[in-house]
Design a protein around this ligand. Structure first.
Ligand SMILES: [Zn+2]
Length: 222
């Protein structure tokens, strides 16, 4: 639990360059739209009543507002443009070998149950004259993840973003994640991990390239 909280804070700090949402190392500085937060909080107060709770008891007094802010944070990816993030750091470079960023944290929410799914993304590409900043790749992943998602679409969106903006020789993306909507609703599915992948270019046409990528991330996969 503690670890998760820390990682979320880390991710939040990563998002700070340019997103307009800030935190220093000690204090969160929240920039929510107060009207939207207050409207969502109103609905959650009603939901608490419908669940048989008393929204006026002490422990729940600020819960609707907290939930509203948590949801705003978890869907902050709608406010950022992943294409723009990637294009903000393009460099000409005559490097034509695999660039691999492993173990990018994924914190997302499934759009069917609005429950978290949590895991890792591994992203590789082979440049064709253009490279991007490695941190931009992590931010593209984070931005798409911070929207309501299905894992299948998430992996495809990340792949397409790299392919369209970098025009590389190939892109490979693998995501492995655990879905709370499966884990908390059935004893036999508690440790199940869902893996999705998406490839373009030489990762599709060249078996050796794809195998090299899978080998490099293999010790990470379940
Ligand atoms: Zn779900």
């Amino acid at each position: 639990m503690t670890k998760t909280t820390l990682n979320i804070t880390d991710n939040m700090e990563k998002l700070n360059d340019g997103s307009g949402r800030l935190s220093d190392n000690y204090n969160k500085i929240e920039q929510w739209n107060p009207e939207i937060i207050s409207e969502i909080a109103g609905y959650y107060s009603r939901i608490l009543k419908l669940l048989g709770e008393d929204p006026d008891r002490e422990g729940l007094l600020k819960t609707p507002e907290r939930v509203a802010k948590a949801l705003a944070f978890l869907t902050r990816g709608y406010e950022a443009d992943p294409d723009e993030i990637l294009r903000s750091a393009l460099f000409r470079e005559d490097y034509r070998h695999m660039v691999l960023v492993k173990d990018i944290d994924i914190y997302s929410m499934c759009e069917h149950h609005m429950l978290p799914f949590i895991g890792k993304a591994h992203v590789a590409y082979i440049p064709d004259g253009t490279i991007t900043g490695l941190s931009k790749i992590a931010r593209v992943v984070e931005t798409y993840a911070a929207r309501l998602q299905v894992q299948e679409r998430l992996v495809t969106q990340i792949r397409n973003c790299l392919q369209e903006n970098l025009k590389p020789l190939g892109v490979a993306v693998v995501i492995e994640a655990q879905h709370m909507c499966m884990q908390i609703r059935g004893v036999q599915k508690q440790n199940s991990v869902t893996t999705t992948s998406a490839f373009t270019g030489c990762f599709l046409s060249n078996l050796n390239t794809r195998e090299e990528f899978m080998h490099l991330i293999a010790n990470r996969l379940h």
